[in-house]
Design a protein around this ligand. Sequence first.
Ligand SMILES: Cc1ncc(COP(=O)(O)O)c(C=O)c1O
Length: 440
Amino acid sequence: MSDTTRASVLWRPWTPITQQAQSLRIVEALGNRVRDEDGKWYIDAISGVLNASCGHAHPRLIEAATRQMGKLVHYDPMVTTHDPAETLATRLADILPGELNETVLLNSGSEATEAAMRIALQYWRNCGEDRNRVVTFEAGYHGSTFLCQKLSGLPFTVSEWPEPFPIDRVPLPAPASGMQTQEAADALVAGFEQALRSGPPAAAVIVEPLLGLGGCVVLPSGFLSRLRALCDEYGALLILDEVFCGFGRTGRMFGFEHETVTPDLVTMSKGISGGYLPLAAVTATSAIKQSFLSEPLVQGLRYGHTTGGHAVAAAVANTVLDVIAEERLVENSATQGRRLLDGLGQFTDSPLVAGVRGLGLVVALEATSVEAGEAIAETMADEGVMARHERGVIRIAPPLTISAQETDQIAQAVGVAIGRGAPAAPLRRSSSAERRERTE
Ligand SMILES: Cc1ncc(COP(=O)(O)O)c(C=O)c1O
């Protein structure tokens, strides 16, 4: 089978929506860099799948996985328990605020959303209240299962099939670049209040602390606290989706720590295991779990997966928490994030750049057109920096282990792209497999 055929029988997720013009086959990753099959190294400015927060091939994480694999790979989480999962649940309870003490372990961010929805809606049944409605952001993203896609109003998730329960999606009152004003903050809060006030009582509000796939939208300061107050006023549970922001990505351990907010449920994945193994978690307050233990007992938690809380993944996650603390990765995320924003700030006058925004090591460079965005990402790749381009927005989210020198290299690669100016013709470069075949 030829290289091109081999590449084409692999049906990649979300393609062609996420496909960049330059399609590469990656064969190796070390520290903050990845190497393609032609031997070229790139700074990994997308952290694997936005999850390699401790960098690649970290010896401590490899050692933790290998050790656990030789001891106990996994065992039925419905019938038994094991130390790595118990330790992780305990440590999450320690680092999360308030009464967020009760953790269900899963495999993916989407599963965490599904579980959080199941828990939130069932909670109200347990309390004898008929609340089904969920309020969320139109530009939010909470995963790719059928239910998760229904929560989102982003163009690539919209489908014709009916919703499993009523969902109200609040639009952004301003473009992403204009979300930092007091006016935008007030309009956003008013939008959520309107959604909570209209219709039957809401069961829950689910939001990300920073809208990742919705265009890297940094929410106005104070918004989450005001949303918490609204949820209290209307009796809805507040679910914060920390799948992308959690574990240091925004320069705080959790995205909601930029404010003084305690949610009722938190969903986590990506950085929790540094991307070394699939893992996710939902942590709920003790009061929520308590409602599942009271009569009628048959209700219980109707959710779980065979490999949820996999022992090897949980062992890695426990070591990720050690690495984050010992290597001061949350602090580095804040420091390098500021440095990157400063570095990219010098390009805001370019006719190719509509704006630059970010929080910690989630930085977005918005191009003035999709073509300009594609051209910038292409040149960045040529210059040895792997970034992600989506609908005109270039996402830069390197491992939290990134150095100042590498941060500067990312900004320099953007500078080269800007220096080249607007693309003359639509770009359509071949994949590395196609290039190799042509030379064979
Ligand atoms: C905020 C957020 N929630 C949920 C998900 C879904 O996670 P997964 O792709 O692991 O199912 C993602 C994935 O990008 C995400 O960014």
